[in-house]
Design a protein around this ligand. Structure first.
Ligand code: GDP
Ligand code: MG
Length: 185
């Protein structure tokens, strides 16, 4: 696996309202955590660099609104994505139940080879936990997704999650390339 300097990888964030999608991007960008809730309108676009095995990988991160009314705009962005994060809030069971709904959208509208990752955010809210690690890991296994808990507030696993999904995408592209070469022989 090697970072590709020319290629820009598109990562998209989806999941219900207020699970911390925008906070996740802001934390990755090194911006200060904001307790105030500022709704995302439609889709926000961010471009950034990730250092991966000594190389710089360019990323575009699409931060989408979890509001139902933006669903048609949001899901139209699924197709062009190399990787999709589906977020829920570990202190909000409903947001975890909603993961199925987002997953269906991704499977319907997304690229067939898209790499998916389940993210349980707000790991800092242990006392308010409503979703166990086990049930989330189970769902991820059943649906072919990687899984991590993060905290967009204190930064736990934020870089690691982006690093893991990016690595999976690059590995998958490498595999695809080898399969194509084998076919041509
Ligand atoms: P979005 O609608 O998914 O983009 O959610 P936001 O990023 O706007 O966050 C919604 C609310 O949750 C805001 O009040 C954030 O301050 C808060 N929040 C986001 N991430 C975390 C986290 O990791 N821990 C805690 N305690 N609060 C968070
Ligand atoms: Mg948002």
């Amino acid at each position: 696996m090697q970072a590709n300097q020319e290629q820009v990888l598109k990562l998209l964030l989806t999941g219900s309202v207020s699970v911390g999608k925008s906070a996740f991007v802001n934390q990755f960008k090194g911006q200060e955590f904001n307790e105030k809730y500022i709704p995302t309108i439609g889709v926000d676009f961010n471009e950034m660099n990730l250092e991966l095995s000594g190389k710089t990988q360019k990323l575009q991160i699409w931060d989408t609104s979890g509001q139902e009314k933006f669903m048609p705009i949001v899901s139209s962005y699924f197709r062009g994505s190399h990787g999709i994060f589906i977020l829920y809030d570990i202190s909000n069971k409903q947001s975890f139940n909603d993961v199925q709904k987002w997953l269906q959208q991704v499977n319907k509208q997304g690229n067939k080879n898209v790499c998916k990752m389940l993210i349980g955010n707000k790991n800092d809210l242990q006392d308010a936990r409503q979703v166990s690690l086990d049930e989330a890991q189970q769902l991820a296994n059943d649906s072919g997704m990687s899984f991590m808990e993060i905290s967009a507030k204190n930064g736990l696993n934020v870089k690691q999650a982006i690093r893991l999904l990016t690595t999976e995408i690059l590995n998958q592209q490498e595999k695809q390339k080898q399969e194509n070469q084998a076919e041509q022989k």
